[in-house]
Write a protein that binds this ligand. Structure first.
Ligand code: BDR
Ligand code: CA
Length: 323
């Protein structure tokens, strides 16, 4: 079975991603690591364990990692994810405890022990992943691919030009993006394009299965938060956000990517955290010669089959629904 590890800041849409990954029969979710982002590290760990329990994935090891970005102070996103990071649903928290080791140690252990190269999916600020690559560079040999949610080739959300995960820890993102590993950037250019329609959300909410019900409530929250978002066309629908990046791992044919050099803006306060995507062709060689862009190229997602991924999400989540 294919081997998958998620790094999360759970987070309403991280929760959807966790449930999808845990329920997909073709992938073994080897581990989940937590980092401060949408909410505090403590909240992320609690939410992650709670979500995994809702889908019966109680044997997946979970570890706490960085409580703050490399340089910045933590800045949560309670206005999107609720005060507890999980839409303030009052869902009973899991009593399970995380592993007694740091996320970086769990990542190292599981990557090196994996029988085949791991697909690593950061859905959060990439602090843990940057620390991992700097502390244990030998893990690179058994990472098949990194598919991260973050960045944008166009507009931002945390700032006019910066996406939240990269904006939260720009130095970490730059370390990962320039690592030379095979990387796919699943950014805001596709993030909002995979949506679940209102009738399907209602069916999930009414399910007897805890995972379906939790998904339904979280999607209802997202539908309200994003009600006036220009990118969602159908009223009452909700984007699955981070879960789309997991769809891209399971079904890469649904994604259109182009190979581009990407550099994170670090020193300009106006653009800090922006992923500067060089979409030029021949002109890029000239800029490279001047030395102000690195040679790192990654696959940037610029198109997605939203209906295909919405079906993949729904079919997988509902696979345990007795109805
Ligand atoms: C990203 O930031 C968080 O709010 C979401 O969980 C997602 O990972 C979107 O910018
Ligand atoms: Ca996230």
């Amino acid at each position: 079975m294919r081997q998958l590890i998620l790094d999360v800041d759970t987070g309403v849409d991280d929760a959807l991603a966790l449930m999808l990954a845990a329920r997909h029969p073709g992938w073994n979710l080897r581990a989940v690591t937590c980092v401060a982002g949408n909410t505090s590290l403590e909240g992320v760990v609690r939410n992650t364990l709670t979500v995994l329990e809702a889908v019966g994935a109680t044997s997946v090891p979970v570890a706490a990692g960085a409580a703050r970005p490399l340089l910045e102070e933590p800045r949560d996103a309670g206005h999107v994810h609720g005060g507890d990071g999980l839409a303030d649903l009052g869902w009973v928290p899991s009593a399970r405890k995380p592993e007694a080791i740091h996320a970086v140690e769990l990542l190292r252990r599981e990557i090196l022990a994996s029988p085949e190269p791991v697909v690593l999916v950061p859905l959060a600020p990439m602090t843990n992943i940057a620390l991992l690559l700097r502390t244990y560079p030998e893990v690179a040999a058994n990472i098949g691919q990194i598919v991260f949610m973050g960045g944008s080739a166009a507009v931002g959300n945390a700032s006019p030009v910066a996406e939240f995960n990269v904006w939260h820890d720009p130095e970490a993102a730059q370390i990962v993006i320039s690592s030379g590993l095979p990387i796919t950037m699943y950014g805001l250019d596709v993030f909002y394009s995979v949506a679940i329609e209102a009738p399907d959300i209602e069916l999930l909410r009414e399910s007897d299965d805890a995972g379906c019900r939790l998904s339904g409530h979280l999607l209802t929250h997202l539908a309200k938060v994003n009600a006036d978002d220009f990118r969602l066309t159908s009223p009452g629908s909700a984007g699955i956000g981070d879960a789309g990046a997991v769809c891209a791992v399971i079904d890469p044919e649904g994604l259109v990517t182009h190979r581009h050099r990407v550099e994170v803006s670090l020193s300009n306060p106006l653009t800090r955290g922006q992923t500067v995507v060089d979409r030029r062709t021949k002109a890029s060689e000239a800029t490279l010669a001047h030395g102000y862009l690195s040679r790192d190229s990654i696959d940037v997602a610029l198109g997605v089959d939203g209906r295909r991924y919405a079906s993949l999400f729904l079919d997988t989540i509902r696979s345990h629904d007795g109805k």
